[in-house]
Design a binder for this molecule. Structure first.
Ligand code: SF4
Length: 359
């Protein structure tokens, strides 16, 4: 069953590591965006009642009550099973919690990133571990127990000891879902750009080595599994039955529709995305949809899942060479008819996917 994604690209600060189309904007831009977003949703013809609704960003926990109410009232809700809102720690209030319950929010994703104060300050974040603990308790007291916590491996100054501190907090708070992202050095974040230029701003000179970052990731995989939160996708970990129903749609190639800046959509055959600048979005300059080959995509996105995929006979034949090569290097594992990335294979997954794309 399909999902809906709503993009709210506004934040109270721009974090140094962030490479999303999001940031701080004047109130007039937020007001104009809100009108365009609602219009876009109202213009949509619903061919199916969605199963999931996901508010991402940006920081949708900052959304005006009127806008949140209007959006949730406009999306067909008879089949909605999971309604997620991304929340920046430090923005939770009793009034917001009451609003979210009223709007049917039943899952909250907290962008914690780290529980270690110097690591957070370096990125521009203002919360502390105690604030996160208080907000997790507030969510649970309001009946929102389906909580995700995001962490980033590879932040400046991070060490195995400081990473263990963050993982200790995860154990203490015991959320049903955790996402671990590896910081990627690219031009799209201020920290990434500074590192590429060899500079020292944003702590760029203290970024962990690739080897250390890989160790941080593997440590998280082991400790989360021990805590009963095993990995089910490269970056996602959940207690059994608490996997994100919305995000699973991306990897199982189920349809979803996205509204707002830089939102992506997929109807099972065609993919399209909204503009990633406000000017283009306000002018409704949308690129033409792209035809996909779901049978091929299924192979690549399915390998992101821990359960792997069951290639068809045609796929075993078509990809025989790369499969054999990566298997002999210990990066792919075969069990019966299933194929999946090994623990080490996950760390070079982009390289592996690229080889399949070129096959
Ligand atoms: S990391 Fe989150 S809060 Fe920070 S700028 Fe990016 S979207 Fe906003």
């Amino acid at each position: 069953m399909p999902g809906v994604y709503i993009s709210y690209p506004f934040c109270s600060q721009k974090c140094s590591f962030c490479n999303f189309a999001s940031g701080v904007s004047p109130a007039e831009v937020i007001a104009r965006y809100s009108r365009h977003l609602l219009n876009e949703i109202h213009r949509h013809t619903w061919q199916w009642p969605p199963e999931t609704l996901y508010f991402g960003g940006g920081t949708p926990s900052l959304m005006e009550p009127g806008l949140l109410r209007a959006i949730t009232a406009s999306v067909p809700h008879e089949n909605l099973a999971e309604v997620t809102l991304e929340c920046a720690p430090g923005t939770l209030t009793a009034a917001r919690l009451a609003l979210w319950s009223e709007c049917g929010i039943n899952r909250v994703s907290l962008g914690v990133q780290s529980f270690v104060t110097p690591e957070l300050r370096q990125t521009g974040r203002r919360h502390t571990a105690d604030i996160v603990a208080r907000e997790v308790a507030m969510l649970r007291a309001h009946g929102i127990a389906n909580i995700n916590i995001d962490l980033i491996a590879g932040l400046p100054g991070q060490t195995l000891a400081s990473w263990d501190e963050s993982l200790d907090w995860i154990e203490r708070l015991s959320p049903p879902h955790v996402s671990i992202y590896i910081f990627e050095i690219d031009e799209d974040s201020r920290l990434g750009k500074e590192a590429l230029l060899g500079g020292i701003r944003y702590g760029a000179a203290r970024l962990p080595s690739d080897d250390l970052t890989a160790d941080l990731y593997l440590r998280a995989v082991a400790r989360l599994a021990q805590a009963g939160i095993p990995r089910y996708e490269i970056s996602n970990f959940a207690r059994p039955g608490m996997e994100s129903r919305h995000n699973l749609k991306y990897w199982l190639l189920e349809p979803y529709i996205g509204f707002g800046l830089d939102a992506h959509s997929f109807d099972g055959r065609l993919r399209w995305s909204n503009p990633d600048t406000f000017d283009d979005y306000f002018a409704a300059r949308t690129a033409d949809p792209i035809e996909t080959r779901p049978e091929e995509e299924r192979f690549f996105v399915g390998l992101r899942l821990s359960r792997g995929i069951e290639p068809t006979c045609a796929e075993w034949l078509k990809f025989a060479q790369p499969i054999e090569r990566w298997r002999s290097l210990g990066m792919l594992e075969r069990e019966g008819n299933r194929l999946r990335l090994s623990e080490r294979g996950i760390l070079v997954s982009n390289e592996i996917f690229q080889e399949f794309v070129n096959a």
